[in-house]
Ligand binder design. Structure first.
Ligand code: SF4
Length: 466
């Protein structure tokens, strides 16, 4: 095992402050960095010696022997479950990274419904109220090609359900709903069986379109409430918890286990084929390169390595460390060469940022001459990340295609959701624009259908019905 690099900023909020020094011996679970504001404790994920502390990371040389035992979280006798979650340093492990101990510090029994915007909720009466609080478990695993969340349901369903019940207890939510895609038949079956003895927990099946895992999409699918871009799920008396996060909560409470490992899917242009390699409990701080080697190693020349999913991930390097929020590592095939052609980019709230899409255009040797944005992708304040008004429901894209045509683009690179990609394909090719989706190189590599025409338009979201 190579050196472990543990970043001081792996969460929403401020970077943590190191509480160890170079030369210190550490164990699995030794507290090595503490929050300086909003944040979460950071622990060593290995036995070893701290060799360096830089501005943004702590570097640990692992010992030869790595016993399974860990240092339990330091909480007083009788500590509350919420205090245990806080002490364990758990953050939203689906990629968001919001400190879970803060998120769960809400009493949903006493939380009032937020004011619903009638424009986006035309079918709900003005005085609509939900009957109780809900924990919504985000098991959508919406980024194509990732499989670790679904694998966890298949292998550790009991632990996940324990975590969900703890979330319900901490927030006083009377009910919980698993949001999962219908295509994951094995996991759905296992979950359905397990939930027969859990009357307060149900399952909601979703179609295989992108994005279904966005928080407000989960609320809409499970509860029928459309939130504005400014509203949090609490406005629908709910808290959305990622599936792996629920399992880490169970570990913190049942075993006093700190958050030191991450489940990761590795796939792409690898020796042995493009199938998914799911690694459970990878020590945080492990390098991307080491994990790729465990998956077989890179097969020849490649385009880029994506950390995260193909839609929202970023390009990374072999020596980058796995963090508490890393979900996927995808090694892609080479990019096509556009030979300096004029390119337009169409930015979406649920895909890559403009910066990421410009990076992809540059890697394709394209000359960006036009930038448009899906009209539903808005900034709540200048410079803030884009949010979609109605995730996954296309507002029409013809005006953008016309703009690209006016700007004399030959190619367009789009980052749209399934529904909007389908709409783009209704106009752009007719105007002579050649379309690439920002995920194409990743989808081709893993053998997944490209995001173009929506082939699942007949699929509807539904409650479980066996
Ligand atoms: S409607 Fe637009 S902003 Fe929203 S998810 Fe689709 S492409 Fe993205």
């Amino acid at each position: 095992m190579g050196n472990v690099q543990i970043l001081l900023h792996q969460h929403v909020g401020a970077p943590c402050r190191a509480v160890v020094q170079a030369g210190d011996e550490v164990k699995k679970g030794t507290l090595i960095a503490a929050p300086t504001g909003l944040g979460a404790n950071i622990f060593s994920s290995v036995y070893g010696k701290v060799t360096d502390i830089t501005e943004d990371r702590i570097i640990i040389e692992p010992a030869d022997e790595q016993p399974d035992e860990f240092v339990p979280i330091d909480v007083p006798e009788g500590a509350s479950k919420l205090d245990m979650v806080k002490a364990a340093g758990i953050v939203g492990m689906g990629g968001a990274g919001f400190p879970t101990g803060v998120k769960l510090g809400i009493n949903l029994a006493e939380t009032e419904m937020g004011e619903l915007d009638p424009e986006i909720n035309p079918e709900l009466p003005a005085d609509f109220k939900l009957d109780c609080g809900y924990i919504l478990i985000n098991a959508a695993e919406c980024e194509p090609g990732l499989e670790h969340n679904i694998r966890q349901i298949e292998e550790e369903c009991d632990k996940v359900i324990r975590g969900v019940k703890y979330c319900m207890e901490m927030t006083k939510a009377e009910k919980a709903i698993f949001a999962i895609k219908k295509k994951n038949q094995k996991a759905v079956k296992i979950l359905n069986e397990a939930l027969k003895s859990e009357p307060a927990i149900s399952m909601h099946l979703m179609p295989d379109i992108y994005p279904m895992g966005e928080e407000r999409a989960v609320v809409r699918e499970c509860l029928g409430v459309n939130l504005t871009t400014m509203q949090l799920p609490s406005a629908a008396r709910s808290v959305v918890v990622n599936l792996e996060t629920a399992a880490r909560i169970a570990e913190a409470i049942d075993e006093k286990r700190p958050c030191i490992t991450k489940n990761v899917t590795v796939r792409g242009k690898l020796n042995g084929g493009n199938e998914a390699h799911v690694f459970m409990d990878v020590p945080v701080g492990t390098s991307v390169g080491e994990l790729i080697e465990r998956a077989g190693g890179i097969d020849g020349v490649y385009g880029e390595i994506i950390m995260g999913g193909a839609f929202t991930g970023k390009s990374t390097e072999l020596d980058a460390p796995i963090t508490k929020t890393t979900g996927g590592i995808i090694v892609t095939m080479e990019f096509p060469d556009l030979h300096g052609a004029r390119v337009g980019i169409l930015v979406c709230a649920c895909g890559g940022s403009e910066e990421r899409m410009r990076e992809i255009a540059s890697k394709m040797n394209g000359n960006v001459v036009s930038v448009c944005r899906c009209k539903q992708a808005i900034e709540n304040k200048p410079g803030a990340p884009l949010k979609c008004l109605r995730p996954g429901n296309c507002p029409g894209q013809t005006a953008n295609s016309i703009q690209f045509r006016k700007d004399k683009c030959e190619y367009i690179i789009i980052g749209n959701c399934s529904d909007c990609s389908n709409t783009v394909m209704g106009s752009a090719p007719k105007m002579g624009l050649k379309v690439f989706h920002q995920t194409d190189h990743a989808m081709r590599t893993i053998g997944h259908a490209l995001y173009r025409t929506l082939k699942v338009s007949k699929q509807v979201s539904q409650d479980i019905d066996f």
